[in-house]
Design a protein around this ligand. Structure first.
Ligand code: HEM
Length: 149
């Protein structure tokens, strides 16, 4: 278990918040790009532009931000005595965060389908998917800030 000074814990929380805000930005923007990408011809100039945008968003922002969210989150989690003293809110939060990570990997798979001109899903599908990270984020923030149980 880790013994962080009070000052270090504040820095870890700040870096944790910066990381998951960046991760959330990617999780909310990528499905929006998919919605527009569905509206252009495969092989067209517009489609090739969307492929570049989706690849850069996934590789330069979303995945590094997810890794940073986990690294700083785990650094906070592995504080001596934190896990045993935390209430049910922490387990509920971690379950939601793992669902968020599963959604992340599904988006990476859909990005590859677009990159290989193999997307078969509708814009309506991606509009619905676009709401999932928002709903999960609302639950996560309520659990970790309000700690309702
Ligand atoms: C990726 C895995 C994650 C782990 C292991 C993790 C773990 C933690 C831990 C242990 C804390 C400190 C709680 C406390 O001291 O009361 C924390 C704080 C927090 N986490 Fe996470 N978290 C993760 C992802 C996320 C995500 C994805 C979000 C938002 C969508 C989030 C939102 C927050 C918030 C708002 C705080 C409160 C910060 C504060 O008290 O100033 N976390 N997290």
């Amino acid at each position: 278990m880790l013994d962080w000074s009070p000052g270090a814990i504040l820095w870890l929380k700040a870096l944790h918040i910066i990381s998951f805000i960046s991760w959330m930005a990617g999780l909310l923007y990528l499905p929006r790009l998919f919605v527009y990408h569905c509206g252009v011809e495969a092989g067209s100039e517009a489609s090739e532009t969307f492929k570049v945008m989706e690849r850069r968003l996934a590789r330069a922002i979303m995945t590094p931000a997810m890794i940073a969210s986990f690294v700083f989150g785990l650094a906070l989690l592995l504080r001596r005595g934190f896990f045993v003293s935390a209430g049910g809110w922490l387990y509920a939060k971690l379950v939601l965060v793992l669902v968020l990570a599963a959604v992340h990997f599904l988006m990476l798979r859909w990005r590859r389908d677009f990159a290989e001109d193999r997307n078969s899903r509708s814009p309506k599908f991606y509009r619905v998917i676009n709401e999932v990270p928002t709903l999960i984020m609302i639950g996560v923030v309520i659990f970790v800030v309000v700690k309702p149980f």
